[in-house]
Design a protein around this ligand. Structure first.
Ligand SMILES: [Zn+2]
Length: 448
């Protein structure tokens, strides 16, 4: 049947060629989306197949003209909210040769570009028009930022809400988008961290737009000088029964489970789903170098330790996936930055109906955010960076140790190279009885 159709459509194309003035069948375009990002405006035309198109810029007054062949534009572009964009108005018209002309009147100059995208789940063919803002926001250099600050430095935490814009991430059974849920959780986390002494959060995505994975890492490391990078997700799995939160770090020897490998693969597809330009994609060939750097700098060990703290906190408020208290590892592209301690938090499964509901609940979102905050805080307390607020706190109060289940006083004393007597003294303990979860002060004098 397929073959017959193909042959018929070939014949049809031939007939059209010989009768060139017969109108060519147009594809109906009934869906157009717009995403406003900090540095560009993206328009996406959903298509049934590829189209021929041409882009041009006209001056006096400034406008962008997009000519598309053989489409019937059934979407009313007047519905698009242009308020935050450099576009003042959009006009459309039908011209000869079955050409649809879309004219964008501009308030500010832009650099336009188009990109014809092949189908990738959950999208079909797409024509993307990017209007790049001409004047990027002036950014203070790291030196200026560092000079402006005195005294103990806050630890900088980059919060990365996964997906965005053309990339919805996972879609729950009742239609909840991962990109929306993770942005809500990220905003809560930002507010909590912003109120805390000792840490300074930065948000990598603040609205419904997409940022290439490589750019997320770069923004965090180079623009903000982040110490810690936390990517927040709520992905799906093929089995709708799968549920529970989990935490991931980058791996230097393959994935630690089939699910970790699967999630890393899905996660690394984001750039393709979002339609990132080839020129903006990171270089995946550098992975071996990155892994070597991460191992050398210890950020891999630190990432796993941070992950364990966050996982333990999450375990107190929600089910953990498979009840495993273990940080999983796989080749997540967004975590490949040696200068930062990086984890990816899967806050639950959107593919599970119950968890989909929980993840949209403000109370639950608040709990997830607070767990991440607490885990990060514990990590900073254990590993206070020199010159940081946490280091100043430790110098003032001494070190702290949170007792894990099964730990004995003498094991803790040995770990910090202090005597059990000194531990008893500063913590006011009689005998050897300590309990899990208890925080002990560690007297100075021993090695860490
Ligand atoms: Zn995700």
């Amino acid at each position: 049947m397929r073959a017959l159709l193909r042959r018929l459509s070939g014949l049809w194309a031939f007939l059209l060629l010989v009768t060139a003035d017969v109108a060519i069948a147009s594809q109906v375009v009934d869906s157009v989306r717009m995403h406003r990002a900090p540095d560009h405006t993206r328009l996406v035309f959903d298509l049934k197949g590829p189209v021929e198109h041409e882009l041009s810029r006209l001056r006096d007054p400034d406008r962008i003209v997009l000519d598309v062949r053989d489409i019937d534009l059934a979407y009313d572009l007047a519905q698009l909210d242009l308020a935050a964009t450099p576009v003042s108005g959009i006009r459309t018209g039908k011209h000869e040769d079955n050409r649809t002309r879309v004219v964008f009147d501009l308030k500010e100059k832009v650099r336009p570009r188009t990109n014809m995208l092949q189908p990738v789940e959950p999208h079909g063919w797409r024509l993307v028009l990017d209007l790049m803002d001409s004047e990027p926001e002036p950014v203070k250099s790291m030196e200026q930022l560092v000079e402006a600050q005195e005294g103990p430095q806050p630890m900088i935490v980059a919060i990365d809400p996964g997906h965005g814009g053309e990339d919805p991430g996972a879609i729950g059974p009742s239609g909840v988008y991962e990109k929306d849920v993770v942005l809500q959780i990220a905003r809560r986390l930002y507010r909590m961290m912003d109120e805390r002494q000792g840490m300074q959060p930065v948000m990598l995505r603040e609205g419904d737009y997409y940022i290439p994975l490589a750019e997320r890492r770069q923004m965090a490391a180079e623009k903000h000088g982040a110490d810690v990078f936390i990517s927040i997700h709520a992905d799906a799995f093929t089995d709708p029964r799968a549920r529970g939160a989990s935490v991931f770090a980058l791996s230097n020897q393959g994935a630690t489970s089939a699910r970790a490998r699967y999630l890393a693969r899905i996660s690394n597809e984001s750039d393709r789903v979002a339609g990132v330009h080839e020129s903006e994609r990171g270089n995946a060939n550098g992975l071996m170098d990155v892994l070597a750097d991460m191992t050398m700098s210890g950020s891999m060990t630190h990432s796993i330790f941070l992950g364990e703290q966050v996982l333990e906190e999450l375990g107190g408020i929600t089910r953990l996936h498979g009840n495993r208290k273990r940080v999983e590892q796989a080749g997540f592209a967004v975590l490949q930055e040696p200068s930062m301690v990086s984890i990816l938090v899967e806050s639950g499964f959107l593919s599970n109906r119950q968890e989909e509901r929980k993840l949209t609940d403000p109370n639950h979102q608040e709990k997830v955010a607070r767990s991440i905050l607490r885990g990060v805080d514990r990590y900073f307390r254990h590993h206070p960076a020199p010159g940081s607020w946490y280091a100043a706190q430790r110098a003032r109060n001494g070190r702290e140790h949170r007792v894990a289940s099964g730990e004995t006083l003498s094991a803790i004393a040995q770990r910090y190279s202090v005597s059990t007597g000194a531990l008893r003294r500063v913590n006011d303990i009689q005998g050897d009885t300590i309990r899990a979860g208890q925080t002990l002060r560690i007297p100075e004098g021993g090695a860490d």
